[in-house]
Design a protein around this ligand. Structure first.
Ligand code: COA
Length: 259
């Protein structure tokens, strides 16, 4: 069904693998188009409870936007490319009501680092490398990187990484808060799935509200405190809240229905 992606649904987790390993999974137009469609599946398919974005091969997660597509663009074309990508993929991933985790298996550079940052959190293999090397090309990040990296690791380090174009390894990325866990490459998918299985055992409506409220913390035009009060209140009208609190009081494990 997809030309540039492999997809597989396993125990409620939709694994989306960008599959251009000979080009280190660089994001060309087709990949952006298909990632948008795969994310629509995550939103709309009730069998999908969570998702993982990863890259094919052992070397690259995504080595950036496909540089070969840049040569014919002018300012309007560049702006359109960034807008389309942000609307159809990066913002869609960030705002997805179901958890999406990046399993970073190698180079996550430029748009690849931005793709990982648009996921709700990141797990890295020991060989993962992160960077925003756009200045080497006379460019800046265009898929939300200036904003999301600043939110994740702070202004000073973001300035340095984006102005030098330097790459950092997985352990440094972890110490900066860019990734949550670093594991041997052979354990990357198992670790990511294990965390998502744990999340899937919780109340899905509450999970969606956590995503929405935490995302608001980074949006100047949103009142995240007011959103939290409203979303907290809404939880009291869910069957899952009745089940969760009753199960606790009855000293049994909750069985959530997602209602
Ligand atoms: N766009 C298009 N093609 C890319 C690419 C990108 N962002 N990143 C890698 N590739 C291609 C290479 O051109 C090469 O293709 P070829 O075999 O047809 O020549 C292939 O992927 C393998 O990459 P290569 O450079 O040979 O691997 P390497 O191990 O020597 O270096 C990197 C790996 C990641 C350091 C290097 O590929 C690189 O710097 N890529 C660009 C990163 C970047 O600037 N990203 C931001 C883009 S805005």
């Amino acid at each position: 069904m997809y030309q540039t992606l492999l997809t597989e649904l396993q125990e409620g987790t939709f694994v989306i693998t960008i599959n251009r390993p000979d080009k280190l999974n660089a994001l060309n137009k087709d990949v952006i188009e298909e990632l948008g469609k795969a994310l629509d599946e995550v939103y709309n398919n009730a069998d999908i409870k969570s998702a993982i974005i990863t890259g094919a091969g052992e070397k690259g997660f995504v080595a950036g936007a496909d540089i070969s597509e840049f040569t014919s663009l002018d300012s309007k074309g560049g702006e359109a490319l960034a807008k389309k990508g942000q609307d159809n993929v990066f913002d869609k991933a960030e705002n997805c009501p179901k958890p999406i985790v990046a399993a970073v298996n190698g180079f996550a550079l430029g748009g690849g680092c931005e793709l990982a940052m648009s996921c709700h959190f990141r797990i890295a293999a020991e060989n993962a490398k992160f960077g925003q090397p756009e200045v080497n090309l006379g460019l800046i990040p265009g898929y939300g990187g200036t904003q999301r990296m600043t939110q994740l690791i702070g202004k000073g380090k973001t300035m340095e990484l984006m102005m030098t174009g330097d790459m950092i390894g997985a352990e440094e990325a972890k110490s900066l808060g860019l990734v949550n866990h670093v594991v041997p490459q052979a354990e990357l998918m198992a670790k990511t799935k294990e965390i998502l299985q744990k999340i899937q055992s919780k109340a899905p409506i509450a999970i969606a509200k956590v995503i929405s409220c935490v995302n608001d913390a980074a949006k100047a035009d949103k009142d995240g405190f007011a959103n939290e009060i409203a979303r907290f209140g809404e939880c009291f009208d869910t069957e899952d809240m009745r089940e969760g609190t009753t199960a606790f009081l009855e000293k049994r494990k909750a069985a959530f229905s997602g209602k």
